[in-house]
Design a protein around this ligand. Structure first.
Ligand code: SF4
Ligand code: SF4
Ligand code: SF4
Length: 160
């Protein structure tokens, strides 16, 4: 790839990226500036949720598993891409989106069953299916609730 194309790619990433970077990552702009795309973190991830994303930069895909916060990605990275792992890993939490089956009157608690942190409760409603509520103080953003959701209704991200 030419240098011009690379700088265009970098510009594109800065403007468009909504990728979830590994926990403890610095800001997305810093991340794509410093990361050399060596794949070391991708190979080290114990749950294999790190993938090569847009531009070859690592990002998280919760389609099959969760983040255990094992720190292997941060520990193996040879570049100054990560914050200290004594800090909070990220601000991300689970967000329940409109396709949640409860919005269609269907009873489902798959997300609650998957959450070890017990961050999901269900609010009963008269004549309605109970709806999931995420406790933002308890949710770690681990993503364990993402793949069990039959409606693909949960994403992990920062509250805007
Ligand atoms: S903390 Fe562990 S499980 Fe989470 S992304 Fe890093 S290597 Fe994977
Ligand atoms: S698993 Fe998905 S569809 Fe079921 S209650 Fe949770 S968010 Fe809604
Ligand atoms: S992201 Fe993890 S802690 Fe948060 S609700 Fe989902 S399973 Fe629970």
């Amino acid at each position: 790839m030419s240098n011009i194309n690379q700088s265009r790619r970098r510009l594109f990433n800065r403007k468009k990226s909504s990728a979830i970077r590994p926990p403890w990552s610095k800001t997305d702009i810093e991340f794509t500036d410093i990361c050399t795309r060596c794949d070391k973190c991708i190979k080290a991830c114990e749950t294999q949720i790190l993938i090569r994303g847009d531009g070859g930069f690592p990002e998280i895909n919760f389609a099959n598993d969760e983040c255990t916060f094992c720190k292997k990605c941060a520990d193996i990275c040879p570049e100054p891409v990560f914050n200290k792992t004594e800090q909070t890993p990220w601000e991300s939490i689970a967000l329940v989106l409109e396709p949640c089956l409860a919005n269609k009157g269907i009873w489902c608690q798959s997300c609650k069953d998957a959450c070890d942190a017990r961050a999901i409760s269900f609010k009963p409603g008269i004549g309605q299916a109970p709806k999931p509520i995420i406790d933002i103080d308890t949710c770690t953003g681990c993503g364990a609730c993402v793949s069990p959701c039959p409606a693909d209704a949960i994403k992990v991200g920062e509250v805007t």
